[in-house]
Design a binder for this molecule. Structure first.
Ligand code: 13P
Length: 253
């Protein structure tokens, strides 16, 4: 049976009160595969989301973390802080963080390690720009990100990381990768994991697609053999659309 993860990346959207009312709306949808659904929310929403989700199988998480446990890092949040709240997931290396906040493969690698040590599942984002794709270099680029991001991570830990392929040209643009383009890259990513580790690790990993996934196109993407779900931005902010995407996954598992 194929495993899925349908994860909503809220980015910088929703106050704590808005988050609570959204979760209450989402719960009313009675999503049939709650255990395979997660919301990734701003730090300020973590407590209200946790409490609104009580008694429900939907998971939750953060969108970033610092790699140090504590110290003079104004404005940052550490793994022990997230652990105490009890988050399930944390997004790492989103292209917006790489572009606007100087996230590098080196900091991504450090963050993956501290999250794994704490038992929080990282959702690692990789993906190429339009320029790189137009040069036909997308596999070399994504492969390079993966090698650097997984440096010195043992197989048992690597298997726990969720990878999200998010082509930058498809994020927030309404220009989704075709199911074939998304499948091609997700299969390539699985192949890179097989090369770095082995076939068992590669097969066990969840590899998601992200970039303008919505209620209409989700099923065609999720049907592809190497796509285990979605990391959804805009469409995850609407309870109806997000629930429809989750049900598309449920119908395929
Ligand atoms: P959109 O779904 O809004 O394109 O965002 C995708 C994304 O960046 C999820 O992390």
């Amino acid at each position: 049976m194929k495993r899925f993860l349908i994860a909503g990346n809220w980015k910088m959207n929703k106050t704590a009160a808005e988050a609570e009312s959204f979760i209450n709306k989402l719960k009313e949808k009675k999503i049939s595969n709650e255990e395979e659904v997660a919301v990734l929310v701003p730090f300020t929403d973590l407590y209200s989301v946790k409490s609104a989700l009580s008694g429900c199988g939907i998971k939750f998480g953060a969108q970033n973390v610092h790699f140090e446990a504590s110290g003079a890092f104004t404005g940052e949040v550490s793994v022990p802080m997230l652990s105490e709240i009890g988050v399930d997931y944390c997004v790492i290396g989103h292209s917006e963080r790489r572009e606007y906040f100087n996230e590098t493969d080196e900091t991504v690698n450090k963050k993956l390690k501290v999250l794994l040590e704490a038992g929080i599942t990282p959702i690692l984002c990789v993906g190429e720009s339009l320029e790189v794709r137009e040069q036909g270099e997308e596999q070399a680029f994504v492969g390079g990100q993966l090698v650097a991001d997984f440096a010195d991570i043992a197989a048992a830990d690597a298997a726990k990381i969720v990878i999200a392929y998010e082509p930058i040209w498809a994020i927030g643009t309404g220009k989704t990768a075709t199911p074939e383009q998304a499948e091609e890259m997700c299969a390539f990513i699985r192949g890179v994991m097989e090369g770095l580790y082995d076939g068992v690790v590669a097969e066990s990993m969840l590899i998601l697609y992200g970039g303008s996934m919505n209620a209409k196109n989700a099923k065609d993407l999720l049907e592809k053999p190497d796509i285990n779900g979605g990391l959804i931005g805009g469409a995850s902010l609407k309870a109806d659309d997000f629930a429809t995407i989750a049900e598309a996954a449920a119908s395929l598992s």
